[in-house]
Each structure stands twice: as C-alpha cells, then as structure tokens.
Design a protein around this ligand. Structure first.
Ligand SMILES: [Zn+2]
Length: 392
C-alpha cells in the first residue's frame, strides 16, 4: 500500500482541489480522505496530487527522425508511402527503432505521462516493436496499428478485412494517416470491423486547408464529412474544419484530438479549440509526431492554452486544458484512469505547487524536476540521473 499524504488533490472529473490523503492498494485507489492511513508514505505537503497525464496522439516510431526536414512542406515530410519519415523508417534497423522508442518513453515518464495512444506503422511487425520497447516498463501503451494493404488502390476488400482483424487483435484499433491515401470503401470496411470488435478507428482529418480543398474537389465532401460518413470514432487534428464540419462532429459526438504544437511547427494553422469546446465536442490533446515535438504534455498544455486564448481573443479555462490531458481521454478510451476517485486505476502525479492556482501551476510552471512522484498502475517511478526507473 502507498499513502500520498497531505497533498492538494485535484479530485474527480472536475478536478476539484481538496486537501486529502490518497491510499493506493495494488493498482487501484482505495481511499481518498484526510483520515486515510497506513502504507508506505509519500509526503505531499506543499504539492499538487493530480491524475498523471495521457498523451492521446503520438507517433513514437518517428523518434528516429527528430527535427529532420524542418521547413519542408508537410506532404514531403509525412505522407505515406514516400514521405521523408517513411524513407527513414524503412532504413532504420529494428534494434535502433526499439532503442529510440524506449528513450522517448522515458521522456514521457519524466514529464508525467503514464498512458499514450500511439499511431503505429509497419503492420504487425511495428506493433511487435512497440511491445518490445514497453515490455519491461509499466507505462500504459495503447497502440493503433495499420497495414500496407490499406493503401493499395487495387486491394480486394476481403484482404483488407483479413489484415484489419490481424492488426486489431494485439492493438487498441486502427490509426490511419488520412483520406489522401485510402479509399472511402476501405475506410468503411475498417471502421465496421473496429466497431464490431469494440476497437478505436482513428484518422487524421482537416490537418491543413489543402487536403480539405482537394477532398471537396475530388469527392464533393470534406475530409471530416467523409470520416463521419465512414464511421470513424476518433478524429485527429481538425486544424482547418468548416463550420458545418464542426456541427457534424458535435452532432455525432465524435471526440477530437488537438495537436496544436505540431500544427504550429508545420505552419498549417491552429485548431479552433475554443470553438469546438463551445460546441461541446469532447477534446483530447496529443503531441503528435516525434519528428517535430518532444512528447512533453506540459509543453503541449501550455501552448494549447495560450494559442487558444490568442486565436479566439477570449478567456479559455485552464482546467479544460488539463482535462484534455487527463479526464477526457480517460473517459474516451475507457481507461478507468485520468481521474482521481476511489476504485480508479492508480495513475497519479505528485508535483510541487509553484503558484497560487494549482491547475496553472501544472500547466505554466511544472518542469520534470518538479515531479515529486509518478505512479503508474500503482507502481512508483522516480527520476535518477534523468532516467525514470521503477522503484524496487
Ligand atoms: Zn499524427
């Protein structure tokens, strides 16, 4: 048992600050109360106790191409199958890939992230590499796979079905790069299987204006309209949606992952987070491609908060940004975490309180060195020589 004592706990789905202890048994939160006692003590006096962070969109494999190709157009960098990142991935040995992914997982742990949704390339082999990279680390890796046959314009649908079943078995579902590379028919086949198997079907949409325009010219529908029509249950980006797209997403209650730092890095715009939140769209936050960004959710949250205020010229509540990195993905991905309540998985972060406002303390000011303890599924990590290790 672990007892986190005397911290300012951001409690429940609304992250209400209360002074309390948290008692953890095995991998679950047993009790939240000022009177909870027993167990190995973590002194959280002067600290904030919050849910640990969830990164809802990352391409971990791209750790091998950090800051490569800066300034090149987005299609040249990431579009399959010939984009720069795909060339680099093909040339990288499996050992180098695993080593590089491990190092990025360490970066995530050192910045408070204990769960991440990864767009995994390289078919089944790609999923195996992620498994190797995470095998001895109790981080909650949630991979979405894909298969090269999805991109083949002459593919038989029966082949897509077979590949899809193969990929979703060891993963949380399918994550696709975009409508530029697959047909609507293939997309529908994939989403139907994911739906039947209770898995996630995700796709990048409306990442930049050009893809929306091309989609409209070629098919008469925007990428967002096609994604909803095809039945995807998770949309990534929506940096350049039409107002009618947003209405469709809200009406169909489809969650959206915003990646503002990635969009900023690629000069493609800033997602309309305030507008989407006003329309009650469920919003999540991701750091996207390791090529352009570190997987540091503190940086992503601060950027998201400030560009949202700058873009909308309106106040945006910091709590909603923290929810995009905790409570909201916990609900969408049915993780039983992202929220500090009794009976939830013990994914907890203890950080020094650095300002009067606990949420802004986390978003504006917290650095890796301010994390006093990080607990993933009841297991305590500690930072030693900048490497996060499980405490024995
Ligand atoms: Zn992405």
């Amino acid at each position: 048992m672990i007892n986190i004592e005397n911290g300012l706990v951001l409690h429940g789905p609304e992250l209400e600050p209360i002074k309390s202890n948290i008692l953890i048994e095995d991998n679950l939160i047993l009790e939240i109360s000022p009177h909870a006692s027993g167990g190995e003590k973590i002194d959280a006096e002067g600290c904030i106790v919050s849910p640990s962070l969830i990164n809802s969109h990352v391409h971990l494999g791209d750790s091998v191409a950090k800051d490569v190709g800066d300034g090149e157009p987005i299609e040249k960098l990431v579009k399959p199958p010939h984009g720069l990142k795909h060339q680099i991935l093909t040339e990288t040995s499996p050992q180098t890939m695993v080593k590089s992914m491990k190092s990025s997982i360490n970066d995530m742990l050192s910045t408070g992230t204990t769960s991440f949704l990864d767009f995994r390339e390289g078919d089944l082999h790609g999923l195996e590499l992620l498994k190797k990279a995470t095998d001895d680390i109790p981080i909650n890796a949630l991979p979405l796979g894909r298969h090269k046959s999805f991109l083949d314009p002459n593919v038989e649908l029966s082949q897509v079905e077979k590949a899809c079943h193969e990929i979703i078995k060891p993963s949380q579902g399918i994550g696709l790069s975009g409508f530029g590379e697959i047909s609507d028919e293939v997309a529908r086949t994939i989403t139907q299987i994911c739906h039947d198997e209770g898995k996630i079907s995700a796709i990048h949409v409306a990442e930049y204006e050009k893809v929306q325009k091309e989609s409209l010219e070629r098919t008469g529908a925007t990428e967002v309209e096609r994604a909803i029509e095809a039945g995807f249950n998770l949309l990534i980006h929506l940096t350049s949606p039409l107002d009618s797209d947003l209405k469709l997403v809200a009406d169909n209650d489809i969650p959206v992952v915003s990646c503002p730092r990635s969009n900023g890095a690629l000069s493609v715009g800033i997602p309309p987070i305030k507008k989407m939140w006003d329309m009650e769209i469920k919003l999540l936050l991701g750091t996207d491609n390791l090529m352009f960004n570190s997987p540091n959710m503190f940086r992503e949250m601060e950027y998201a908060l400030k560009v949202t205020r700058g873009l909308s010229k309106k106040y945006f509540p910091p709590k909603e940004i923290l929810k995009m990195a905790t409570v909201n993905p916990g609900q969408v991905f049915k993780l039983n975490s992202g929220c500090l309540e009794e009976g939830r998985r013990a994914d907890v972060m203890v950080t020094q309180q650095l300002s009067m406002d606990p949420v802004l303390s986390i978003i504006n000011r917290t650095e890796p060195g301010n994390i006093k303890a990080l607990i993933s599924g009841g297991i305590i990590f500690s930072g030693k020589n900048n490497v996060f290790l499980e405490e024995k």
